[in-house]
Design a protein around this ligand. Structure first.
Ligand code: ATP
Ligand code: MG
Length: 641
């Protein structure tokens, strides 16, 4: 009997139930964090099946494969049905499904293979070199690197914007090279064609084109899908949005679940305007789920007050009553902040919290270095959620390699790393230089003096000259600054799409280094911290505090959350402030504070270094500040003494 089939609806609250039962046509669930969006999608599947809809007529799209799998599992459990007929997965997966079927319509062979990011980039590198072969040395020198080209290419494909606009967004400096970049992209496309391969962007783009250009196919596929369910809708990009529109063009049943206030991936072409566009279509039903099952009342009140200004008004209602007010913590500088967090974590553990129930969130990995050192000192176990760790990232290692050479001229891997940063020095030359240096040291000679007397190809003499300058400096901080000013800042800019973030990392490294007078102790401290961390990384999360960027914390929750470095320049970040682009920063902050179940600490520093780094200048922090927006009555203020 039908009654019995629908008993699962009792697991939902009234608003959630309405979103499941009354959604028909074009629907969007605007649901705040922790309100059960995933639950609604899962139960919608169960509800459709209970009403006789065949699983093959449902399309479920989410942003990660794991999320799709989990959702299908939950739906299976609720329905007790086998759901292999349902098309479910990431956008890439779904698009691939269509392209296999209709490859020839977009000029592909059916057995095309898919390049991962690394393969794609190396093909781009190939196209680039092929193009540059015909160019003079001078022209080649400051040409954007493959990764930069990939970022521009990917943005262009995901947003359907012009090459010109994409270059402007990614790095306007390369606008003069628009024609050249365009030719390289052509070569890249040709190469993919001739190899019968596609990249991730192609999967989306070809599927989009297929439906855009071929009405018959679009109609046939749109006919199949009675229902389209989309999770994390706020993070879709333009092409994905259009694909959803095409596939729903027959039956018009879409249930999109999202939170416009949590859209934080615009740098990858996601546009939260999709939510607005979606709602603007007449007849769209909007469901609001306002109950928050995650956080205590005190935290929910605060979350409501901090709703990003440019988002759909919504107020979460707490289920968990009372709780401790969020705490705003004023600290003097990064070191004091790190000590506060470590100290508080020790107290919490003393009170019975498990380390894995505690997380520290920050805007950028570089903000966590002092904390990592402090945690090691306090013997608190921690893990850092993916993303390359600060001291393991290429740019930090590059810069440190110069200091390592000065410290120990026989450090071959440091030589190899540093030398190859210079134009015209390859593996073989770098290796010879390293061996020579080592031999000179063994003969009791000054390797830097001796190396000046020999000559190698490329920018060899420039390299040695820079090294010679660096080794004459007194402190590690000055040394790093010299590496940056002599060539490395320029090098970064031509090489990395995110060069600005990397420069900030290095400015942070100078800041840390300037506390040391001895090069040896600086390098040792960094090395030790790194090792301890690596050990932590490979072991389990049990017994470990989590350190993560806000981006990687999305969808997760902890009993206690610290959000650190909420200072102008860090969070919101410097570029957002200088470009007056604070909307996304507000949303990132919102995502951060909504991860907390029971306790939330927001800390900031009164002093810091100026950004961009100008010498070892101490400043009072000023500028756009999230702390100023916090309603006084909703939080407690602590001051660290
Ligand atoms: P986020 O925005 O962080 O991704 P979300 O909206 O996707 O959050 P879910 O992950 O679906 O939220 O649910 C958050 C938590 O609330 C889960 O632990 C879930 O078990 C719980 N929850 C959701 N709905 C209910 C309910 N009706 N009764 C009890 N618990 C619920
Ligand atoms: Mg979710």
């Amino acid at each position: 009997p039908r009654e019995a089939n629908l008993s699962f609806l009792e697991d939902l609250d009234e608003e959630q139930r309405r979103a499941v039962v009354e959604s028909e046509g074009r629907c969007i669930v605007i649901a705040g964090p922790g309100s059960g969006k995933t639950r609604v999608i899962t139960y919608k599947i169960a509800y459709l099946l209970a009403n006789g809809v065949d699983p093959s007529r449902i399309l479920l799209v989410t942003f990660t494969r794991a999320a799709a799998r989990e959702m299908v599992e939950r739906a299976k459990a609720v329905t007790g049905r086998e759901l292999s007929e349902m098309l479910a997965g990431t956008f890439h997966h779904v698009c691939n499904h269509f392209l296999r079927k209709y490859a020839p319509y977009v000029g592909l062979e059916r057995n095309y293979s898919i390049l991962d990011r690394e393969d794609a980039e190396s093909l781009m590198r190939h196209a680039r070199s092929k193009y540059l072969e015909r160019k003079s040395k001078e022209e080649r020198k400051n040409f954007p690197q493959p990764s930069v080209l990939m970022a521009i290419y990917s943005y262009m494909k995901n947003t359907l914007k012009s090459l010109r606009e994409s270059i402007v967004v990614k790095n306007p400096k390369f606008l003069d090279l628009k024609e050249e970049i365009s030719e390289i992209f052509d070569l890249y496309e040709q190469e993919k064609r001739s190899q019968n391969v596609v990249d991730y962007e192609d999967l989306l783009f070809y599927a989009y084109r297929l439906f855009e250009e071929n009405k018959e196919i679009r109609d046939r596929e749109a006919e199949r899908f009675l229902w389209i369910l989309v999770d994390e809708f706020q993070d879709t990009n333009y092409v994905q949005y259009k694909i959803v529109e095409h596939l729903s063009s027959k039956h018009g049943n879409i249930l999109a679940v999202g939170d416009d206030a949590q859209s934080i991936y615009s740098f990858r072409g996601a546009r939260y305007e999709n939510v607005e566009d979606f709602i603007r279509v007449p007849g769209t039903k909007i469901f609001k789920i306002q109950t928050n099952y995650r956080s205590t009342e005190s935290i929910v009140k605060f979350i409501n007050a901090m709703l990003p200004r440019k988002s759909v008004p919504k107020e979460l209602k707490p289920v968990k009553k009372d709780g401790m007010k969020p705490v705003v913590v004023k600290t003097w500088d990064r070191y004091e902040e790190a000590r506060f967090v470590s100290q508080r974590i020790l107290e919490l553990i003393e009170e019975g919290f498990k380390p894995e129930e505690i997380a520290v969130l920050y805007r950028s990995h570089s903000h966590s270095l002092e904390l990592q050192m402090e945690l090691v000192r306090s013997r608190i176990d921690f893990r850092v959620l993916s993303g390359p760790r600060f001291t393991e990232s290429a740019h930090v290692k590059d810069v440190l390699s110069f200091l390592r050479i000065v410290q120990n001229p026989r450090d071959k891997s440091a030589w190899l790393r540093a030398a190859k940063l210079f134009y015209g020095i390859g593996d073989r030359t770098a290796s010879k230089i390293a061996d020579l240096a080592s031999a000179y040291v063994e003969e009791g000679l000054d390797p830097f003096q001796e190396l000046k007397k020999v000559s190698f190809s490329g920018e060899y003499s420039r390299f040695i000259d820079i090294l010679d300058q660096i080794r004459k400096l007194d402190s590690p901080g000055e040394m790093i600054e010299r590496v940056l000013s002599s060539f490395y800042s320029e090098y970064l800019e031509a090489r990395y799409p995110d060069f600005r973030e990397r420069e900030m990392d290095l400015e942070r490294l100078v800041e840390i280094a300037s506390r040391y007078t001895s090069l040896e102790s600086f390098l040792t401290d960094l090395a030790v911290t790194e090792n301890v961390e690596i050990e932590r990384e490979i072991s389990q999360k049990e017994g470990k505090v989590t350190l993560t960027t806000v981006h990687q914390a999305k969808g997760l929750e902890w009993r206690v959350v610290f959000v650190i470095s909420v200072n102008p320049g860090d969070f919101p970040n410097y570029f957002a402030i200088s470009e007056g682009n604070l909307d996304e920063e507000e949303r990132i902050f919102y995502v951060a504070i909504t991860r907390a179940k029971e306790q939330l600490y927001i800390s900031y520093q009164v002093t810091g270094t100026s950004y961009p780094y100008r010498g070892n200048r101490f400043i009072m922090r000023s500028g756009e500040n999230f702390i100023d927006r916090i309603p006084l009555e909703l939080v407690e203020f602590w001051e660290v003494k």
